[in-house]
Design a protein around this ligand. Sequence first.
Ligand SMILES: NC(=O)C1=CN([C@@H]2O[C@H](COP(=O)(O)OP(=O)(O)OC[C@H]3O[C@@H](n4cnc5c(N)ncnc54)[C@H](O)[C@@H]3O)[C@@H](O)[C@H]2O)C=CC1
Ligand SMILES: O=C(CO)COP(=O)(O)O
Length: 336
Amino acid sequence: MELQRIAVLGAGSWGTTFAKVLADAGRDVVVWARRPDVADEINNQRLNHAYVPGIRLPESLRATTDPRLALDGAEAVVLGVPSQTLRANLAEWRELLPADVTLVSLAKGIELGTGKRMSEVVAEVAQVSSDRVAVVSGPNLAMEIAAQQPTATVVACTDHERATAVQRASANGYFRPYTITDVVGCELGGACKNVIALACGIAHGMGFGDNTMASLITRGLAETARLGAALGADPLTFAGLAGLGDLVATCSSPLSRNRSFGARLGKGETLAQAQEATHGQVAEGVKSCTSIRELGAAHGVDMPIADGVHRVCHESLDPRQMAAELLGRAQKAERS
Ligand SMILES: NC(=O)C1=CN([C@@H]2O[C@H](COP(=O)(O)OP(=O)(O)OC[C@H]3O[C@@H](n4cnc5c(N)ncnc54)[C@H](O)[C@@H]3O)[C@@H](O)[C@H]2O)C=CC1
Ligand SMILES: O=C(CO)COP(=O)(O)O
């Protein structure tokens, strides 16, 4: 299976950057942009200043606002829209999907209301079997990759041959994809780390340092792995790029929208103020903290950090109270 002609739907920071990764790997890529000004800028100036400022895009990369043109003849379709709009977006595109196309999800979130992972939403809406859907996740801060700084990632698909096709299509001199078959673990790692990054941001905004961050990262990984165990993930995935790797990158980097959003909350801004400051860019954890907390509750999994982040974001819990509650929980063994 060779994937040469690829459509990337979504020209935000990761959609645009992943389109560049594919083009730099020699693929024939058309990106769909919602905004005409973004498509024009990509086609005429090789730039997308709103989402990847200062990055020169490959000459071969083409953009359109017409999904029909983007999807025409595509052998793979990469979905680079936010988790909570993916269902509605894909429903509009479903009739245009070429037969036997490989679907690739970039989104790191859990759907509100259903608790579904993004590959589940994709398979359901596109009416395809789950082995047609691959997921890309890992320590992949878009701006660093757009600047061609080296990184590794994971392509997860239950169909190993399809995962290796996506791997071949995206591997280049600065982007090194590995394959796994554990889609559940890969997606949970990606969605949960955004919530833990919000918690780290909140702690940073409150003035706490590296011990607090490391404690949140480690205990965040513990609650992610507990959820993974309940949902059938491979525990080793959480020690890999889509687990610990992405968690460390996102929780530590000022480039992370989730961490930056949390820092604003930790400094005392309201949700609305923090949202205003994101300039329309998505901080997935703000919504996924609620769906992940509900998923945990539905499976009897204790997720105190996700619960605290949800309450700070959506129930006006004071971050100081969140910290006091996390530290005041019943004492227990580390691996209980
Ligand atoms: N930016 C990053 O460093 C990375 C992001 N991701 C994930 O990729 C997904 C996309 O994120 P980004 O590209 O970073 O987001 P972004 O906020 O930079 O861009 C989102 C894109 O989706 C479009 N969009 C927004 N609402 C829409 C709607 N209702 N219908 C259609 N299109 C809509 C926007 O116009 C924009 O093109 C998220 O799930 C994110 O967690 C994953 C890895 C890295
Ligand atoms: O997923 C990411 C890095 O792997 C990007 O994180 P943010 O969405 O918090 O910027």
